[in-house]
Design a protein around this ligand. Sequence first.
Ligand SMILES: Cc1ncc(COP(=O)(O)O)c(C=O)c1O
Length: 400
Amino acid sequence: MTEMLLKITKNYGSPLYVYDSAKIISQYNRLKNAFSSVANLKLNYAAKALSNISVLKLFNSLGSGLDTVSIQEVKLGLKAGFAPESMIFTPNGVSLQEIEEVAEMGVQINIDNLSILEQFGTKHPKVPVCIRINPHVMAGGNTNISVGHIDSKFGISIHQIPLLLRIVENTGMNINGIHMHTGSDILDIDVFLYASEILFETAKNFKNLDFIDFGSGFKVPYKTGDIETNIEELGEKLSKRFNEFCSSYGKELTLAFEPGKFLVSEAGVFLAKVNVVKQTTSTVFAQIDSGFNHLIRPMLYGSQHEIINISNPEGRERFYSVVGYICETDTFANNRRISEINEGDILCFKNAGAYCFTMASNYNSRYRPAEVLIHNGEAHLIRERETFEDILNKQVEIDI
Ligand SMILES: Cc1ncc(COP(=O)(O)O)c(C=O)c1O
């Protein structure tokens, strides 16, 4: 793989995102197999994690659905070939108008506040709606990605179920699904199982459900030997409990998930070239031709991406601080053991498939990187590197 990545970088330049479709497919199948004892399983890939149209087309070809959070993601999904009914729209704090436009397209709507629920239900009582519940469970690897607790802006509180039911009854609307998403990077499967019980309890209030959506948040390994959510054990336990619930509910419901990170994180790498090796009195910096404009997760979430010097993988290991070229502190790794780095070497950042390119920006007026997908053993360019025209695009120059 190292040789292939070096060759790809030589062809397409750096910095560069590279994804491996084989890994995406194996993760998709792994999740599907873990829940094989459930009759109706629906995996809706969370587009926000990595929304390149070729990646979306790959998911569509696997039979996946699509989880979307903006009308733009819905449009991308349609362009990638997803049928409207295989998509779910799970926005937060968007306008009634945006929700109506997406509903008009035939996409399943998921509403996460009572104000919009009442307005939507009053105007469109016949459109089936899923509701996002906030189960008040503290879960997730970082405060920014813990979204199911009591202070969180997401979802309708379980304590507001009486008011929710009153709105449903008064408007005569049809609730066909209930949903929760409590956070990302959740390791402990007991947290999922505990929150699921709250969802089952809530589900009993609704007589016309077609599905229960358990969101996502599975933790993936960030380095060799790292701990991850035990998907197989979760699959076994939650499937059993789900099937029991369906028996008592009297209907074979669909069990839905909307994973992002689990499906694409490990499939991606970020490749950057070392511009400068700079020794100071306290450390040795390896400064790459990128920064948090291209990979913001270490600065935003304190996430630790494993870094390998693929130009010198067998070299003697030394300690480095890997930083970028941005005009603010943009540290990717502190005091990290990496094979000896020389200027011009290519560093490979692992786990760069999810929330990396999609969070990239033009900060410092830099171009966003190119993206490559390795599919059936061949490297395909799936996004060109930006150019100066892209930086100027949509800017309006006035006479001054
Ligand atoms: C509502 C919702 N569903 C699914 C996801 C995907 O989560 P993950 O990437 O942890 O699988 C997110 C992530 O932010 C989300 O907010």
